[in-house]
Design a protein around this ligand. Structure first.
Ligand SMILES: CC(C)(COP(=O)(O)OP(=O)(O)OC[C@H]1O[C@@H](n2cnc3c(N)ncnc32)[C@H](O)[C@@H]1OP(=O)(O)O)[C@@H](O)C(=O)NCCC(=O)NCCS
Length: 145
């Protein structure tokens, strides 16, 4: 497994994953391409023999020295092997090099796998978010880096 920055060849795969896993975000291929070329986003892709098996998207807010982890995903067959954890650790490292001091994220209260993953990667619960998503309660987590 290796982890590299996203490239244009990943757009179709990302679009498919986002539509299935994060339908509430309503991104299309054009929007994903824009993100790939934007300095405000850092999308890392995990690959096995050149096939995409996971990704992690961070959005940078340099003026506040903050970043938001927007999404993390690992293909079903590859879960439970530390890939999610490695993706997040790499994303945190990238943020450190960009003078980011705090990373935050939103997670559905019932997403136990994701919450455990965030705990493992040193995020802490901050508060309940003011909005629900898909009628789920949303939590805000953060970590100082
Ligand atoms: C959340 C997700 C990215 C985890 O990826 P993963 O590669 O399986 O995670 P890892 O193998 O790195 O696991 C790291 C830690 O997370 C926790 N974890 C991962 N999967 C878990 C599960 N199914 N149940 C409970 N805890 C889990 C564990 O604490 C694990 O550490 P451990 O193996 O030492 O116990 C993956 O399940 C996924 O893609 N889910 C769907 C998308 C999603 O919900 N994303 C988060 C919201 S944006």
């Amino acid at each position: 497994m290796n982890i590299t920055l996203v490239n244009e060849k990943d757009v179709e795969w990302l679009n498919k994953v986002i539509k299935t896993e994060f339908p509430y975000t309503k991104f299309d291929t054009k929007k994903i391409s824009e993100k790939i070329n934007s300095l405000d986003f850092c999308i890392l892709v995990a690959r096995q023999e050149n096939i995409q098996i996971g990704f992690c998207e961070t959005e940078l807010f340099p003026q506040n020295q903050e970043a938001r982890l927007n999404a993390i995903f690992v293909e079903d067959a590859w879960r439970g092997r530390g890939i999610g954890k490695t993706l997040i650790e790499r994303a945190i490292n990238k943020c450190k090099h960009k003078r980011i001091q705090k990373i935050f994220l939103l997670v559905k209260e019932e997403n136990i796998a994701a919450r455990n993953l965030y705990k493992k990667t040193k995020f802490v619960f901050k508060k309940i978010h003011h909005k629900k998503i898909d009628s789920s309660t949303i939590e805000e987590w953060e970590q100082k880096i």
